[in-house]
Design a binder for this molecule. Structure first.
Ligand SMILES: Cc1ncc(COP(=O)(O)O)c(C=O)c1O
Length: 408
């Protein structure tokens, strides 16, 4: 893959910040959008806009077809059996809340355990902690090693026959550590526990095959993989989705709502998958934009995305170690992680580092990255985080290191 050619598809990368070329290293927060995605959304509103699954007219048929095609495209991308296993939601956060409330609310009780890790994004902690207040189950936290890798021994010891669901990120949004999901799935399934994988930082960056991983749930966000905000995906095995209660109630998710004049109550039957979980008018143009994003990534090839990011990460790790006052957190070998590098500079807050870099057009993230427990484990008040994607180059890393040298 040629990042220089790819860059031509991203209009925003032509911007200047204080007369400096824009260098976007905040890809773990959200990615930039290629013109193919922008054009697909534009074309939808110009020529095909209508509500889906509601009208017999031409525009409604076209919009419905596009929206269904988007589900098909995503199913193919992660190797799901069919689009019935692909529920469109707002993002990873909503996907995890869907599992908590449409599965957990009905299946978890006092005495049960939900096992999460200390490297979780808050969106894979808070829904479980909230639900445990209602259902009285316990949320257990599996420890991570000092370098931020998962402690598999601790994990194995923490799983028991009380564990009903194991939740973990495939890739940490703080350190970029790639977890061995297959290993965890095997451990969990041996204890009849389900597995929910937070794929927010993996699906955009690695080939992910849900059949090969054998995960029960996979959650991810469109906006972190070139797509628009407000659209994301919950993949779940068909039999699990069939056994679950709906999440939100309303139009689109029902087949029949029949009113019994004697009991004066309605009896309701649910729509087919995946619509049973997509109540109300969905984010149609979001789905269309996501489809364009997935096609864009498929064109490049996810193996190539992974290789490019590994090369950039290895290069950045080497160059950053030239700096005297820098401390890089987490593992320092590019092969065990994705393109995310958390770091600190002695004597400066992470916000100061980010503001200084911003002055020179380099955009990174600073703060806790919605992962406070991991920062507490590292005894850090916050961290600076550089994260890469397909349009980033070695020259941008050189410039980033040059600016960091100015700070020192
Ligand atoms: C690992 C991880 N999980 C979940 C989320 C939440 O994603 P969203 O805000 O798109 O719902 C993020 C976002 O940064 C993330 O990095």
């Amino acid at each position: 893959m040629d990042p220089y050619k790819i860059r031509e598809d991203f209009p925003i990368l032509k911007r200047k910040i204080n007369n400096n070329p824009l260098i976007y290293f905040d890809n773990a927060a959200t990615t930039q959008k290629p013109k193919q995605v922008i054009d697909a959304i534009n074309e939808f509103y110009r020529n095909h806009n209508a509500n889906v699954h509601r009208g017999v007219h031409t525009l409604s048929q076209e919009a419905s077809e596009l929206y269904e095609d988007a589900h098909e495209e995503v199913a193919k991308f992660i190797n799901a059996d069919s689009m019935e296993e692909i529920v469109f939601v707002r993002g990873t956060t909503e996907a995890i809340n869907l599992v908590a409330y449409a599965w957990g609310l009905w299946n978890l009780k006092k005495g049960d355990e939900v096992l999460v890790t200390l490297m979780e994004h808050h969106s894979n902690i808070v829904p479980w902690e909230l639900l445990s207040r209602i259902n009285g189950f316990k949320v257990k936290y599996a420890d991570v090693n000092d370098d931020g890798t998962l402690n598999y021994e601790a994990f194995e010891n923490a799983i028991s026959n009380k564990t009903r669901i194991v939740c973990l990120p495939q890739v940490s949004n703080v350190t970029g550590v790639v977890n061995d999901v297959k290993k965890i799935v095997k451990m969990a399934h041996e204890h009849d526990s389900l597995v929910l994988v937070d794929g927010a930082q993996s699906v955009p960056h690695l080939p992910v095959d849900v059949k090969d991983l054998d995960v029960d749930f996979l959650a991810f966000s469109g906006h972190k993989m070139l797509g628009p905000t407000g659209i994301g995906v919950l993949y779940a095995k068909r039999e699990i989705l069939e056994s679950m209660e709906p999440f939100h109630g309303g139009g689109e998710m029902i087949k029949d709502v029949t009113f019994n004049t004697v009991t004066r109550r309605c009896s309701i039957s649910w729509n087919d998958l995946p619509w049973k979980f997509e109540a109300g008018t969905p984010h149609i143009c979001g789905g269309v934009g996501l489809m364009a994003a997935v096609r864009y990534l498929e064109n490049i090839g996810m193996e190539n995305v992974r290789l490019h990011e590994k090369m950039l990460t290895g290069y950045a790790l080497r160059r950053m170690q030239e700096l005297e006052k820098i401390k890089i957190y987490g593992p320092r070998d590019a092969s065990s992680k994705c393109g995310i590098i958390p770091f600190g500079i002695a004597g400066l807050s992470s916000h100061d580092v980010a503001l200084f870099l911003d002055h020179y057009g380099v955009m990174i993230r600073s703060g806790l990255h919605c992962a406070q427990p991991l920062h507490e484990k590292f005894k850090l008040k916050s961290s600076a985080r550089a994260s890469f994607y397909i349009y980033n180059t070695r020259e941008e890393i050189d410039r980033f290191v040059e600016v960091l040298k100015e700070i020192e």
